[in-house]
Design a protein around this ligand. Structure first.
Ligand code: FES
Length: 99
């Protein structure tokens, strides 16, 4: 095993779990949320600073789509497309971009 430092300043986990029955994040729109966050981070030129990742179930299926941001210790639930600009501002407000 090799231990490394974190390669990204922020890692954002978007739940893309799909349950066979019942409420889940994908049925609540998380695929679009994930895609839009990923595209926006790329658009802002922050791909090497912020990683938008998929996650499995976070056990909060009724409050989906769920998004966790590390190391911010932040959990966003019931995220809708209209929240993306605010979410992005919160995620990227303290990102350091090398000159
Ligand atoms: S399906 Fe997303 S928290 Fe369970």
């Amino acid at each position: 095993m090799k231990r490394n430092s974190m390669p990204y300043q922020k890692t954002v986990f978007v739940c893309l779990n799909e349950r066979d029955a019942g409420t889940c994040c994908t049925r609540s729109g998380s695929i679009k949320i994930h895609a839009q966050l990923k595209a926006a981070i790329k658009e802002r030129g922050l791909k090497t600073q912020v990683r938008i990742s998929r996650s499995g179930c976070m056990n909060r299926c009724m409050q989906g789509p769920n998004v966790m941001v590390f190391p911010d210790n932040a959990w966003y639930s019931e995220v809708v497309e209209a929240d993306i600009p605010t979410l992005l501002d919160e995620i990227t407000k303290d990102i350091l971009v090398p000159e």
